[in-house]
Ligand binder design. Structure first.
Ligand code: HEC
Length: 171
């Protein structure tokens, strides 16, 4: 009996692996320009190998909450509201202009986009851009549920609850 209790205690001590938090991320690495993000299925000269870039914060709950804070901090809300869109397009949706893969979102935020999205590459450190990417994906239920807060402080939770303004208009 006593051994069982000690066993349980030891198991409780060792079984739970805590989420790793990198409280001092290294300074921004060289930002990946070029073919990190897929912008079109059409490739010159046929399928060349694509650079693959993975989100270092994929599924990380701390990164999602930091991303949410930064989304307000850098005033993304000024143009995108809480994801529902304002003078900028909504960021909770099914059809993305520039793609919703982590590398696409990273690319959009770093470089900016021609119709009014500023470039943030020189202003926001790389790890914070990945946190924003993770937050934007969590708003779209693209991050694991276990890492996403039950209720995000956004106006909508799911792209399925937002209706297109009119047929053919980009959302
Ligand atoms: C000055 C207004 C403005 C601010 C501030 C702004 N955006 Fe944007 N954003 C836009 C506009 C306008 C577009 C559409 C650009 C286009 O279609 O070429 C856009 C597009 C995007 C897209 C791509 C959407 C798609 O469908 O592919 C993402 C992602 C995005 N913004 C994220 C952010 C983040 C994160 C921030 C804060 C760091 C931010 N934006 C701040 C105006 C803004």
């Amino acid at each position: 009996m006593r051994f069982a209790a000690i066993g349980c205690f030891l198991l409780a001590l060792t079984a739970c692996e805590r989420e790793r938090r990198d409280l001092r991320p290294s300074p921004a690495k060289v930002v990946v320009f070029g073919d990190a993000a897929i912008q079109s299925q059409i490739l010159p000269g046929g399928g060349a190998p694509r650079a693959s870039v993975t989100n270092p914060f994929q599924g990380n709950a701390y990164a999602i909450s930091e991303g949410q804070r930064l989304f307000g901090w850098y005033n993304c809300t000024g143009c995108h509201a809480n994801g529902g869109g304002a003078i900028g397009p909504p960021l909770i949706k099914d059809h993305w202009i520039y793609g919703n893969e982590p590398a696409n979102l990273f690319d959009t935020i770093v470089k900016g986009r021609p119709n009014g999205m500023p470039s943030w590459g020189a202003k926001i450190p790389e790890y914070q851009i990945w946190q924003l990417v993770t937050y934007i994906r969590s708003m779209n239920n693209l991050e694991p549920r276990s890492a996403t807060p039950e209720r995000l402080d956004t106006i909508e939770q799911s792209s399925r609850t937002i209706l297109p303004k009119s047929e053919g208009e980009p959302r």
